[in-house]
Ligand binder design. Structure first.
Ligand SMILES: Nc1ncnc2c1ncn2[C@@H]1O[C@H](COP(=O)(O)OP(=O)(O)O)[C@@H](O)[C@H]1O
Ligand SMILES: O=P(O)(O)OC[C@H](O)CO
Length: 556
C-alpha cells in the first residue's frame, strides 16, 4: 500500500477539518509524517440560554471551516494545489437539524454535553422495563443518557415548531457535525451529500451496532422518521467533492471519523487490546476490541472504532468523561483562579505537594462513564481553613486522573486483561504534572504522544488510504508511529488505593444532588421578583410575614 504514495507524487498533501467543541481547525499533513505543516484555528462560541443548555450556531461552524481553509490555502501558496484529498473529524453526538431546500438550520446545534433532555430521558426510562438504563444497549451499545443524539432529536421534534413543520413537509435533515459540514461543502441544497460514517452514527443511539444500519426498532421507539437520517458510510472512502466556488473546489472528501475514534487511529491503536486516552474539554478512553464487539457490564459503551472501506468494522469499548479540561476553564472563568490555563495550571498546582486532602468531582453535567448518573452535580470536598486555590486546581487535575482510573478499572473487568500502559494525547497532555499524576494514580506507565494533533493525524490517515495514499500504512501491524515520552508511576499500591478510596467517597457524595428539588428561596426567579418589588413594599411585606408567622407559630 505504501507504494501507492509514489503513484500520487511525492508532493501530495492531505487536509483535515477538525471541528471540535471549542475550536474548528484546518490543517495539512505530508503523507507519512506525523506533524502538520500548516494549520489555522478559529474559536467557536458556545451559548448557554439556560442552565445546563449548550448550543452553537451551525453557520458559525461552517464559516469557521471556510476561514480556516482559506487561511491555510494562503499560507501554502502554490503548494495548496497539492492538497489532493480531505478528511473530516468532529465533536460527536452534537445534533443539527436543517431545511434541505434552503440549507437553513432549524435550530442551533445542541452540543453533546447539553443536559436539557434530562426530562426526555426520564420519560423514556419510564417506558422501559425496570427503568433499565441499559435496556437498548444490546442494540446500539449505549446507555440511555442525554449525551446521545436521539434524545436531542426527540427534544427538537417536540419543542421546536419549525422542526415539526419541516418534518411534516419532508424537508428536514439531521446530521452530526461531520454530516453538516460534508453536506454543505459538497453542494448544500443543490445536491449536497447527506452521509455520515459508522463512528459518528454509532453515537446517535439509532444505529444497530451489529448491522451498522439505522435500527427500525429504535427509530420507531423515538418516532424519528428515517428520511431525515444520513446514509451510513465507512470511515475511509470517497464521499464527494468540494463544490465549485468554495476554497479547494473539486478536492475529494475521503475520510470521516468522530474525533475520539480518530485519535485511536492516529495513535495507531489498530490492534485488539490497544488503548488511548484523549484529554481535551472532556476525556475519552477507547480500547480496541477488534472485529468483535464487547458488551460492557461495568458502565462502558460499545462503539465503532473505525471501518476502513470494505474491511470489517473494528469496535472499541469507550469510557467517556464529560468534564476534564473544562474544569480548568471553570476555575479560570468562574472562580478567577488564573488568567491563562496553559501557562498557569501546572505551575499553580505545583506550588503545593498534594491537594491537602481536597477532592473535586466536576460533575457539572452529571457523570458519564462508568456511573451514568445524570443526577450527579459537582462538589469540592475536604476543604479546611488551610485549603488554597492551588489545592483546588491540583484536585481538578487529579479528578481527571481518578476518573480515568475509574474507566481503566471498568475496562480491565470487561476485558479480563489489565492494560499495562496508557497512550495519551489531546491538548491537556502538555501539562507534565497531569501526566505524572495520571501514572501515579493509575499505577501504569503513561506514554505521551509528542504531538497534540493525533486526532487530525488519524483522520488524514483514513482520508489518504481511501485515495491511494497509505504512506502511514494503516493496514500494517506496526506500532509507535508517533514519537513519545513516558511517565512511570512513583506511588506504591497502598498509597494509590487509599487515595482512590477517598475519590470514590467523593463521587458518592456528588450523586443524587440534582434529584432534590431546589428550594424556592434559592431560585433566580424569586430574587428577580424581589428585585422588582419597590423597597418600601418589601420591608412592609417582610414585617407582615414576620407578624403572620408569629401569629401562626404554636405558643411556646
Ligand atoms: N496546560 C494545561 N493544563 C490543563 N488543562 C489544559 C491545559 N491546556 C489546555 N487545557 C484544557 O484543555 C482543553 C483544550 O481542549 P481543546 O482541544 O482546545 O478543545 P476541545 O476539546 O473543546 O475541542 C480546555 O478545556 C483547556 O481548559
Ligand atoms: O471536541 P471535543 O474534544 O470536546 O470532543 C467531544 C467528543 O467528541 C464528545 O463525544
Amino acid at each position: 500500500m505504501a507504494k501507492d504514495n509514489d503513484q500520487k507524487g511525492k508532493d501530495a498533501l492531505i487536509g483535515v477539518i477538525d471541528a471540535g467543541t471549542r475550536t474548528v481547525k484546518f490543517c495539512v499533513f505530508q503523507p507519512g509524517h506525523t506533524k502538520e505543516i500548516a494549520e489555522h484555528t478559529v474559536d467557536i462560541a458556545t451559548h448557554t440560554p439556560q442552565e445546563g443548555w449548550s448550543e452553537q450556531d451551525p453557520k458559525e461552524i461552517l464559516s469557521a471551516v471556510r476561514k480556516c481553509i482559506e487561511n491555510v490555502v494562503n499560507q501554502l501558496g502554490d503548494d495548496a494545489k497539492n492538497i489532493i484529498t480531505i478528511g473530516i473529524t468532529n465533536q460527536r453526538e452534537t445534533t443539527i437539524l436543517w431545511d434541505k431546500t434552503t440549507g437553513e438550520p432549524l435550530y442551533n446545534a445542541i452540543v453533546w454535553h447539553d443536559i436539557r433532555t434530562d426530562s426526555t430521558v426520564d420519560i423514556i426510562l419510564a417506558k422501559v422495563p425496570d427503568n433499565n438504563t441499559n435496556y437498548f444497549k444490546n442494540i446500539c451499545g449505549l446507555p440511555i443518557s442525554p449525551y446521545f443524539s436521539a434524545f436531542k432529536i426527540k427534544w427538537l421534534m417536540h419543542f421546536v415548531p419549525q422542526v415539526k413543520k419541516a418534518i411534516k413537509a419532508e424537508k428536514c435533515l439531521f446530521g452530526t457535525v461531520d454530516t453538516w459540514i460534508l453536506w454543505n461543502l459538497t453542494g448544500g441544497h443543490k445536491g449536497g451529500k447527506h452521509y455520515t460514517d459508522v463512528t459518528n452514527a454509532s453515537r446517535t443511539f439509532l444505529m444497530n451496532i451489529e448491522l451498522l444500519t439505522w435500527d427500525p426498532l429504535l427509530l420507531h421507539f423515538f418516532k424519528i422518521p428515517p428520511n431525515i437520517l444520513p446514509k451510513i458510510k465507512s470511515s475511509s472512502e470517497i464521499y464527494g467533492k468540494i463544490s465549485p466556488g468554495l476554497p479547494l473546489e473539486n478536492v475529494p472528501i475521503s475520510g470521516i471519523l468522530g474525533n475520539q475514534q480518530a485519535s485511536l487511529v492516529g495513535q495507531r491503536c489498530l490492534n485488539e487490546g490497544q488503548a488511548k486516552n484523549t484529554y481535551r474539554s472532556g476525556c475519552f478512553l477507547l480500547y480496541n476490541t477488534g472485529v468483535s464487539k464487547v458488551q460492557s457490564t461495568h458502565g462502558l459503551v460499545t462503539t465503532v472504532a473505525y471501518k476502513f472501506g470494505s474491511k470489517p468494522a473494528v469496535y472499541a469499548l469507550e469510557g467517556s468523561v464529560a468534564v476534564a479540561g473544562d474544569a480548568m476553564k471553570w476555575l479560570r472563568d468562574n472562580m478567577g483562579f488564573m488568567t491563562d490555563i496553559q501557562k498557569e495550571t501546572e505551575s499553580l498546582a505545583q506550588e503545593v505537594f498534594n491537594t491537602g486532602d481536597v477532592y473535586f468531582v466536576p460533575a457539572f453535567k452529571g457523570l458519564y462513564a462508568p456511573y451514568w448518573r445524570k443526577d450527579a452535580r459537582g462538589i469540592i470536598c475536604g476543604l479546611t481553613a488551610f485549603s488554597t486555590k492551588q489545592h483546588i486546581i491540583r484536585a481538578a487535575l487529579e479528578a481527571v486522573c481518578f476518573h480515568t482510573r475509574d474507566i481503566l478499572e471498568a475496562m480491565n473487568k470487561d476485558c479480563g486483561i489489565p492494560l499495562t500502559k496508557l497512550h495519551v494525547d489531546g491538548k491537556m497532555i502538555e501539562n507534565s504534572l497531569l501526566m505524572q499524576l495520571q501514572a501515579d494514580i493509575s499505577g501504569i506507565p503513561v506514554i505521551r504522544a509528542q504531538s497534540q494533533d493525533i486526532t487530525a493525524l488519524g483522520t488524514a490517515m483514513a482520508a489518504g488510504a481511501a485515495n491511494g495514499i497509505d504512506a502511514w500504512d494503516i493496514y500494517s501491524e506496526e506500532r509507535e508511529l508517533v514519537p513519545s515520552d513516558t511517565f512511570l508511576p512513583t506511588s506504591t499500591e497502598s498509597e494509590r488505593d487509599a487515595r482512590y478510596t477517598k475519590w470514590k467517597m467523593a463521587v458518592q457524595r456528588s450523586l443524587g444532588w440534582a434529584l432534590a428539588k431546589k428550594s424556592s428561596v434559592m431560585t433566580e426567579e424569586r430574587y428577580k421578583l424581589l428585585a422588582s418589588i419597590p423597597c418600601g413594599l418589601y420591608i412592609i411585606g417582610s414585617f407582615g410575614l414576620i407578624a403572620l408567622s408569629e401569629y401562626l407559630s404554636p405558643a411556646s
